[in-house]
Design a protein around this ligand. Structure first.
Ligand SMILES: Nc1ncnc2c1ncn2[C@@H]1O[C@H](COP(=O)(O)OP(=O)(O)OP(=O)(O)O)[C@@H](O)[C@H]1O
Ligand SMILES: [Mg+2]
Length: 353
């Protein structure tokens, strides 16, 4: 029994005038109190032990958490690094895709420059002959005739200048295509841009493959005027769509050589100013249509994915449409496709203006 309770018990035992019953009942109460006290002491001891164990566990958990935090931090650093590497790789890919398409364009560009160059050469030759004639007329004293010849020479020089400028514009366009995007929107004549890329792509393909042939159709909305776009970027989108269309009609032609001799590979490019109902945004629609074989559903689901291509290895990067999609999106626009198996496809870009 607890020492204090023992003392109380002994004192009570010595009190004379307590009845036996009272002594018994006090003794019982004291014993009960002692039992409860023992239990409480036991519980206290247990709580103390639990407290100590919990503290140890807590310490361990904190340590573990700290280790986990460090691991997460390391993973984060590694992730940031690979993200940076990925971005660098992507930028490099975009640049090489651009250079590859420039390579495809080179033949077209050469063809396009050849025309104005022929004019310049011919008109220079003719002008030189005219000046010889003029000298003879002056020697003979026929001033009137000499003046007429001078007028012809002036007209020729104007033509030379015109064609020289055309060649200049083609070279500038080529340089612009190879340069990284300025990222700056400029007022652009979308019809001229589309027409130029259509011709460059066509002559580029023809130069590489003499058997390639297609009917080109254009339908340009002359009311569009100048629109604010990043010309290099939208130019690349149009070029990619046109190149895909040419590829599609050429494939169909190769597949249907027998039995479909009357197949006419046709690629159409059109533009249209979209005037929406009140409240909607005005836009410009650029469509590239082909009468190729169309795109089967299981291919269609993937065409905008980077690196997806059905071209033989080494022929396509599969980046064309994925880049086109990103560029159009960056202009706040939409790139859509409609296709019908065996009939062809229409790719449509809508850019808000
Ligand atoms: N006009 C089209 N007709 C039929 N299939 C098309 C057409 N345009 C795209 N595709 C399909 O979409 C795929 C992806 O096109 P994308 O332009 O992204 O890459 P690619 O043309 O294969 O390669 P790259 O553009 O690098 O030359 C093509 O391989 C083709 O299967
Ligand atoms: Mg392509």
């Amino acid at each position: 029994m607890n020492q204090h309770l023992q003392n109380i018990f002994e004192i009570l035992q010595q009190i004379e005038n307590l009845s036996d019953e009272q002594k018994f009942s006090t003794a019982k109460s004291l014993k009960d109190a002692d039992k409860e006290l023992t239990i409480l002491e036991f519980k206290l001891d247990r709580t103390e032990k639990v407290k100590r164990t919990t503290a140890i566990l807590l310490e361990e958990t904190i340590e573990e958490l700290e280790q986990k935090r460090k691991a997460v931090e390391e993973i984060n650093t590694a992730l940031t690094k690979s993200l940076e590497e990925l971005k660098a790789a992507q930028a490099q890919l975009i640049q090489s895709e651009k250079m590859a398409s420039l390579g495809e364009l080179t033949a077209g560009i050469a063809h396009e420059i050849q025309n104005p160059l022929n004019f310049v050469n011919n008109f220079s030759e003719v002008s030189s002959e005219l000046l010889d004639e003029m000298r003879s007329e002056l020697d003979r004293g026929d001033i009137e005739e000499a003046k007429e010849i001078a007028t012809d020479v002036i007209l020729n020089l104007e033509k030379i200048l015109h064609h020289g400028k055309r060649a200049d514009a083609i070279v500038k366009g080529m340089l612009q295509h190879s340069r990284s995007s300025s990222g700056v929107k400029e007022p652009t004549d979308i019809n001229t841009l589309a027409d130029e890329y259509l011709r460059l792509a066509y002559h580029g393909l023809r130069a590489k493959d003499k058997s390639f042939n297609a009917i080109l159709k254009t339908d340009f909305d002359e009311t569009i005027g100048m629109i604010d776009i990043i010309p290099q970027d939208i130019g690349r989108v149009i070029l990619n769509l046109i190149t895909n269309a040419f590829y599609a009609v050429d494939e169909k032609k190769k597949q249907t050589l027998e039995g479909f001799e009357n197949y006419e590979p046709t690629v159409s490019v059109s533009t249209e100013l979209v005037i929406p109902p009140p409240g909607g945004t005005r836009g410009v629609k650029i469509s590239v249509k082909d009468n190729g074989s169309g795109i089967p559903q299981k291919v269609l689901d993937k065409i905008f994915q980077p690196f997806f291509t059905t071209k033989p290895t080494g022929q396509g990067t599969g980046l064309g449409l994925s880049l086109a999609y990103d560029i159009v999106k960056a202009h706040g626009g939409e790139l859509k496709v409609e296709t019908k198996e065996n009939e062809g496809s229409i790719f449509t870009i809508i850019i808000p203006v």
